[in-house]
Design a protein around this ligand. Structure first.
Ligand code: SF4
Length: 85
């Protein structure tokens, strides 16, 4: 049975909050290619976050949203306002 609590994961960075809906993730790994210092695929081959990441390149972070073919990535500013989608 799937663990509901791990379906949506989030990572707080210095300037952004990144959320990933793992129910949507189909393991394409495009996000990992765009921001390898932030994203990893876990043992189930689903998107997860690396530990101890504080800052990432903004352009690459936004690109990870556009590259994800299933729209599993959501990005917020540090005040919680949703930037994309
Ligand atoms: S790009 Fe999207 S579908 Fe692919 S691993 Fe990342 S979150 Fe999952």
């Amino acid at each position: 049975m799937k663990n509901k609590s791990s379906d949506i994961i989030e990572k707080k960075l210095a300037d952004y909050l990144v959320r990933v809906d793992r129910k949507k993730c189909l393991s394409f790994g495009k996000c990992v290619g765009a921001v390898p210092e932030l994203y990893i695929l876990d043992e189930k081959q689903l998107c997860s976050f690396k530990k101890d990441v504080k800052k990432v390149n903004t352009k690459n972070l936004m690109e990870s949203y556009y590259l994800c073919p299933v729209g599993a990535i959501y990005i917020y500013d540090k005040n919680g306002k949703q930037i994309i989608p």
